[in-house]
Write a protein that binds this ligand. Structure first.
Ligand code: SF4
Ligand code: SF4
Ligand code: SF4
Length: 188
């Protein structure tokens, strides 16, 4: 039994989008839809600009609205807490897309299947590899691992840093957390 968690350290992120490109390549995500984007927000006035980088993808809610509303069981949780979709059971009602408070799901324009981040479960995790986005990040802004293993990098990070969770007030208990940018941006 594992509890997979991902942390995005916004202090280390440089907004390069290597993660989203790697995700697209690894998971054959078509143009016009995405499993992952890093949103870039600029503020301030030149030359005192501030840049914030936030990750937008499925947050792997422990209490997933997408799973609760699915009428066929196509949206389900693995024992490791990863929310997945069984295409064979999906009837394309799109309830899950409407129910997701993180706008993380989409209809694949080619296959018409429902898509979202899977933490690269079938294609990488089951082979003992870390998710594609994590593996390419040049600044180690993404940390992934088993939060039940006290010696894992992700456990040590959680113990050391203040981790925040997107829309925590919804109580969906995300397993994608972030370390808020406190450095004032790279260009300030
Ligand atoms: S690859 Fe790393 S540094 Fe680049 S945008 Fe993604 S998380 Fe940020
Ligand atoms: S972020 Fe959306 S798609 Fe992901 S588990 Fe939560 S409700 Fe489901
Ligand atoms: S974990 Fe995999 S599917 Fe999810 S954003 Fe990263 S590369 Fe894409």
């Amino acid at each position: 039994m594992k509890k997979f968690v991902m942390i995005h350290n916004e202090n280390l992120c440089i907004g390069c989008q290597a993660c989203s490109v790697a995700c697209r390549n690894e998971n054959k995500v078509p143009d016009d839809v995405y499993r992952l984007q890093v949103h870039i927000k600029m503020s301030g006035t030149f030359p005192h600009l501030k840049s914030d980088y936030t990750r937008h993808s499925c947050v792997m809610c422990e209490d997933s609205p997408c799973v609760s509303v699915c009428p066929t069981g196509a949206s389900f949780k693995t024992e490791n807490g990863i929310t997945l979709i069984d295409d064979r059971l999906c009837v394309s009602c799109k309830y899950c897309i409407l129910a997701c408070p993180y706008d993380a799901r989409f209809v694949d324009p080619i296959t018409k299947a429902i898509g979202k981040c899977t933490f690269c479960y079938e294609n990488r995790l089951l082979e003992g590899k870390e998710p594609a986005c994590v593996s390419v990040c040049p600044t180690d802004a993404l940390v992934f691992g088993d939060a039940l293993d006290q010696n894992s990098e992700v456990s040590k990070l959680i113990a050391k840093k203040s981790i925040e969770y997107p829309k925590a007030y919804l109580n969906t208990k995300p397993r994608l957390g972030f370390i808020k940018n406190t450095k004032g941006g790279r260009y300030e």
